[in-house]
Design a protein around this ligand. Structure first.
Ligand SMILES: [Zn+2]
Length: 446
């Protein structure tokens, strides 16, 4: 039996244990404190730590997020002023575990990484099973986090455990990280990446176990979020108004529609513009309106309209930190131009508030890890596609601060993440565990 066969046999033997372990994580109700006064992800971290402690060859670092240590990143992705400052960070430690390589000169180092928190469960009465009961029915694991991303996180730990239990030695160092606070701002991962940087930990490649339905995602887009405040002038809605230059009312919602029509036109242009498209993405970057707020009274012209928007940013149009300053300027100039084309808006230009930004990340398909990974995964998952993720994941800081090219790869369909009846196929979790274990072997041993 080859080492890999022994490893796969061990994982098959542990099948029920792996799923039960993930169920245990879900049952702790690890909702990010941004969504809950009652819960957080610290119990997941406790369970993970206990499990790691049983592996004698593994050393564990545990550290709380210390905002004062992250001050240099204020207003950057992961440190959203106004959100990050408000959240409690005590007793919610990040965990970074290390299985030292047996012959590091001959090996390459690797990190398995993920987040421990989940979003709250909405529409609880519509769930087939309690969102935190972690019920397995017909080979499907139901529960909040079964997709995003406790299955990925738990299974990566089980892959590491299986390697230790079978007594297989890896040449290179293997790291495992479980970070807190991903579902509201990403401060946990920022702290992990900063820790890796400040401690000069050298890691050659990584996998983030976010849900990709076992496809390989080499790219995540950055996201700019903001608000456009459009001013109007109120007046009686049922009374004929003079022209605004003579004191008449101006309908701010109508001006909002004017701006949105212009955005539609810009989106059409973006759909074919090379810098807004990427071969791994199925859709171009777009400016999407997520929320509209406006007006104040049923008999009055709306005196303001707020359009909350989401703009995606590709690596090719971002700066060295993966940030979309250029896209921000482009949007600002565009809004200025739209304002110039309307008499009222020219004198009352819409105001842009930038609310938050998430960075993007990309691993080149030519990176040596990709070839090794594809070969490791191929026998177990021959239909694996290479793709890009439209949404943000926290791989960016690992790359920028830790210098770790990190791909997204995990079990579960991303369309089920954050949804009522979130669920994940048990076979996929086991296949994932094997692919992770095989990749550790193939990558760390060169
Ligand atoms: Zn996630």
């Amino acid at each position: 039996m080859s080492e890999k066969e022994r490893l796969f046999a061990r994982i098959d033997e542990k099948r029920d244990e792996i799923i039960e372990f993930i169920g245990t994580l879900i049952r702790t109700h690890p909702v990010n404190p941004a969504y809950s006064d009652e819960f957080d992800e610290s119990n997941v971290q406790k369970i993970i730590k206990k499990r790691l402690k049983e592996l004698k060859s593994v050393s564990i670092s545990e550290f709380d997020v210390q905002l004062e240590e992250l001050e240099e990143y204020r207003d950057m992705p992961g440190f959203t002023t106004g959100l990050t400052d408000k959240l409690p960070w005590e007793d919610r430690p990040n965990i970074l575990a290390h299985l030292p390589g047996a012959n590091t000169d001959k090996g390459r180092s690797f990190i398995l990484t993920g987040h421990a928190d989940v979003v709250a469960a909405d529409n609880v009465s519509e769930w087939k099973y309690g969102p935190f009961d972690a019920v397995v029915q017909d080979n499907i694991l139901y529960g909040r986090g079964s997709v995003d991303m406790l299955s990925g996180l738990g299974a990566m730990l089980m892959a590491l455990e299986s390697i230790v239990e079978t007594g297989i030695e890896l040449n290179g160092d293997l790291w495992f990280s479980s970070s807190v606070g991903e579902e509201a701002g990403g401060t946990g991962f920022l702290a992990t990446a900063d820790y890796i940087k400040k401690n000069d930990i050298n890691i050659d490649a990584g996998i983030m176990g976010e849900p990709t339905d076992l496809d390989l995602s080499l790219l995540c887009r950055g996201i700019l979020k903001g608000e456009l405040i459009i001013e109007g002038r109120t007046g009686h809605l049922e009374v004929t108004q003079p022209h605004w230059s003579n004191g008449g009312a101006v309908d701010a919602i109508d001006k909002g529609r004017y701006v949105m029509n212009a955005i539609d036109e810009l989106n059409k242009e973006w759909s074919t513009r090379p810098d807004k498209n990427h071969p791994l993405m199925t859709e171009s970057n777009q400016i999407k309106i997520a929320m509209i707020e406006g007006g104040h009274q049923l008999s009055s012209y709306p005196d303001y309209c707020k359009l909350s928007f989401n703009i995606q940013v590709l690596p090719q149009e971002s700066n060295e930190n993966g940030l979309g300053d250029k896209v921000k300027r482009e949007f600002e100039t565009f809004i200025q131009r739209v304002a110039e084309s309307d008499d009222w808006l020219r004198e009352h230009p819409p105001k842009i508030n930038w609310v938050s930004e998430s960075n993007n990340a990309e691993v080149s398909e030519d990176h040596p890890f990709i070839d090794v990974f594809k070969k490791s995964a191929n026998n177990l998952n021959p239909s694996m596609k290479t793709m890009g993720s439209g949404f943000h994941t926290d791989t960016g800081w690992l790359d920028k601060l830790g210098n770790i090219p990190t791909v997204n790869f995990g079990p579960g369909n991303q369309n089920l993440a954050h949804k009522t009846n979130e669920h994940c196929n048990v076979d996929d979790i086991i296949t994932f565990t094997k692919i992770i274990a095989a990749t550790c072997l193939d990558w760390c041993n060169k």
